[in-house]
Design a protein around this ligand. Structure first.
Ligand code: DGJ
Length: 734
């Protein structure tokens, strides 16, 4: 069977290059999408089409896309426009050649296709400069089933002298429509991934980060671009991209005089000139692209399917329910505090205990955020029996054990800072500016890479019962500079830091393929597919207020799947908010992701205790649907009416988990009705309400049977009206 599939793929690969009078049509295809380029040897490669599948591509041999305004020639947009010739928009590539020449013109030099496996086809389009020894490979990996195309670029110095890469994007996409609506994600600490949508007007809109570390706390390298109207959930043409890169990035949307929208995405070129020596290559990160003519719901499902398979560690494995010590204990604990927490967690049916910050440092004990970072030895005053004792206790209680590290950082008050001042990121003689009382280690330096790897290695080696690491990073880069890089290459810092980080991740994954790792950076400060592929999950935000979380998770889950979304129930009010929110609402929101708790479990008593215990049982029942199912957003929390609802549907459409939330006061005469989505119209479904608190049901059709057709066309009614009332339903084939 495998052979047959591969031979069919080979046939389709050979059929994707159509030749006519030396002109080639180059196709990049997934099951439902097609990208088309046309090429003539030694001429620029034209970007012809990107959208729903097209079978007959012969017409593209004749098609013209755009007229050059100041010449009589028709000029199609290029595959990868370099700065030079008549290209006066922001270029995808800008070089300074060895003789100081500032322009580059890329022409077609051939193409290659490779069937990587049953699901992935690689296409490389080779470009070269006509006068200078510069090779540029534009690479596409097309994921057939998930309808995802990853685009990246390699620039090679094929000459004998150095040249400088001033900027190189991962992707260039030209679009032509009546209007363009950009959705991007903006935020700050405790309010990450807030969705913004705007109509683009002539000019350039840039979304970027120059923070390098914790880059996505304020902006995200993920976007949606809707044609001819705001993005809809189930209709309309939408292009999407998400840059797999954990450092500085720039997305630019340039609306030009011909009405074309020119999208560029990649590493931020700001202060980042990269000098390439002979035979050296510079490889960009991948831009993860997809398209839907049926709205953003399908975009999300494409990303989730792809991510679970290709951009997430252990994407096919159920995630445990976690109790994290942070909000329950902060830095104030001893052994008994922690073992008590574990004992209580076990009673709730929790499956893992994670010891957060505060367990290390002896000369400079980590009793607050002002000391100890860098000194990764257990604090013997707080924990005299070591980490092994705690991990064994967890396992004896039937829990897994995890532990927190922040290995890229150092407190000035630490043994490490005194021993290795040359490892700290700094700008010559200027002050090293602390942030959260800490400095950043220079991961462009291989010795620092070794230190970070060894830290991970040593921490994990403290006990065979450590099965999870929370990797945090709580500051970004300012006053940039490296003692390791030469003075000519200081601008390499941005690229080399991320590459250094990824090489550490690679070494860790080679040695510890099974360990679970959480991606955290003051919450969602490092949320991108480049880092996520080495991790099992991400901490979406330090804000566990469920009302705020509905928005943060809405943004995060537009691209990143629920299975990876750590969502914890905390006390209310807690450190982020004075607002008191019901326990049921807190659980119901957290259950839309990877459920966990972040509080003192002994504080949940009486009726709340019974509720929480049962909610965990209910979550275990719907967990495979939430973690592996298809997400259908029904009502956005951004809608003015003050409701929010969503559902996950199992791939075989036999089960679904439905969630609805009331976000404001609704008059009791307002009846909440909601049409479901994603079900099989021909199946019968029984609906059961879960997470019922104090016997108060919100759905009076519980245990009744409905057809999928009815549920999707007529919907269900719920008694939700007051702020922070919520519903969870199990919808199961009868
Ligand atoms: C920031 C993280 O986001 C929190 O969850 C917690 O781990 C603290 N750091 C600990 O310092």
């Amino acid at each position: 069977m495998r052979h047959i599939v591969i031979s069919i793929l080979f046939l389709s690969v050979f059929s994707v290059c159509i030749f006519s009078q030396n002109k080639e049509i180059i196709e990049v295809r997934t099951n439902d999408l097609t990208m088309i380029f046309s090429a003539l040897k030694n001429e620029k490669v034209s970007f012809q089409y990107w959208g729903d599948k097209i079978n007959d591509t012969s017409a593209f041999l004749k098609k013209r896309f755009k007229r050059q305004p100041d010449s009589n020639q028709d000029t199609d947009p290029q595959l990868f426009p370099a700065y030079g010739g008549r290209y006066y928009l922001n270029p995808a590539l800008r070089l300074t050649h060895s003789d100081g020449v500032l322009t580059t013109e890329l022409v077609f030099a051939g193409t290659e296709k490779k069937v990587m496996d049953e699901n992935r086809i690689e296409t490389i389009i080779h470009l070269k400069d006509l006068f200078y020894p510069v090779l540029v490979d534009v690479r596409f990996v097309a994921y057939q089933k998930e309808n995802i195309i990853c685009q990246s670029v390699v620039v090679t110095n094929a000459g004998k002298k150095n040249f400088s890469v001033e900027n190189v994007a991962s992707t260039y996409i030209p679009l032509h429509a009546q209007s363009y609506y950009l959705t991007h994600f903006h935020g700050t600490w405790a309010a990450e991934m807030q969705m913004k949508e705007e109509k683009l007007t002539p000019g350039v809109k840039v979304i970027e980060s120059k923070k390098e570390v914790r880059a996505t706390q304020s902006e995200s390298p993920s976007f949606l671009l809707s044609l001819n109207g705001p993005a809809q959930e189930n209709s309309g043409e939408i292009y999407a991209g998400s840059l797999a890169w954990s450092g500085n990035f720039a997305l630019s949307f340039e609306f030009d005089e011909s009405g074309l929208l020119n999208i560029l995405g990649g590493i931020n070129p700001f202060a980042s000139t990269y000098h390439l020596q002979p035979n050296q290559k510079l490889e960009t990160p991948e831009m993860v692209l997809t398209y839907s003519s049926k709205g953003k719901g399908q975009i999300t499902r494409n990303y989730h399917d792809w991510s679970r398979k290709y951009a997430l560690a252990h994407g096919a494995k159920i995630r445990p329910i976690i109790l994290n010590s942070w909000e329950g204990a902060y830095f104030n604990f001893d052994e008994k505090t922690l073992t008590d927490m574990m004992d209580n967690a076990a009673k709730f049916g929790i499956e893992m205990f994670v010891l957060d910050d505060g367990w290390f440092g002896n000369n400079y004990p980590r009793n607050g955020d002002n000391a100890g970072l860098g000194d990764w030895q257990v604090n013997l005053k707080k924990l005299p029996h070591g980490i092994g004792y705690l991990a064994d206790h967890a396992v004896a209680k039937g829990l897994k054990f995890g532990i927190w590290i922040e290995p890229e950082m150092v407190n000035p008050e630490s043994d490490l800072a005194k021993k290795h001042p040359e490892w700290v990121v700094k700008s010559g003689k200027r002050d090293i500016l602390p942030m959260r009382n800490q400095w950043l280690l220079d991961l462009s330096n291989p010795k620092v890479q070794d230190f970070v790897f060894n830290t991970f290695d040593q921490v994990v080696s403290m006990s065979p019962n450590i099965s999870y690491i929370k990797w945090d990073a709580n500051r970004h880069v300012d006053n940039v500079g490296s003692d390791y890089l030469s003075k000519e290459n200081q601008t390499h810092f941005w690229y080399d830091y991320v590459k250094g980080l990824y090489s550490v991740y690679e070494r860790i994954r080679a040695k510890y393929p099974d360990i679970e790792i959480q991606l955290c950076s003051s919450g969602g400060g490092r949320l991108d597919f480049g880092a996520l592929k080495y991790h099992d999950e991400f901490w979406a935000s330090d804000n566990t207020n469920p009302l705020n979380r509905l928005f943060i998770q809405y943004g995060s889950n537009t691209f990143f799947p629920a299975i990876a979304t750590a969502a914890h129930v905390s006390t209310s009010p807690n450190h982020q908010t004075g607002q008191m929110l019901p326990l049921k609402f807190r659980f119901d929101v957290a259950m839309t992701g990877r459920l966990g708790m972040e509080l003192q479990p002994k504080d949940i008593v009486g009726e709340d205790y019974e509720f929480a215990k049962n909610a965990i049982i209910d979550y275990k029942m719907i967990r495979p649907i939430v973690q592996f199912g298809d997400l259908y957003r029904l009502i956005s929390p951004y809608d003015e009416n003050g409701w929010s609802s969503l559902m996950y549907v199992s791939k075989d459409k036999k089960q679904a988990a439905f969630f609805a939330f009331s976000l404001k006061y609704h008059d009791r005469t307002t009846f909440f009705e909601n049409k479901l989505n994603g079900l099989d119209p021909g199946k019968n479904y029984k609906i059961t309400e879960l997470n019922i608190k104090s016997g108060q049901r919100t759905f009076n059709g519980t245990e009744k049977t409905y057809t999928g057709d009815y549920l999707m066309k007529v919907g269900i009614g719920l008694n939700l009206g007051n702020p922070f009332e919520s519903t969870v339903l199990l919808v199961k084939e009868d």
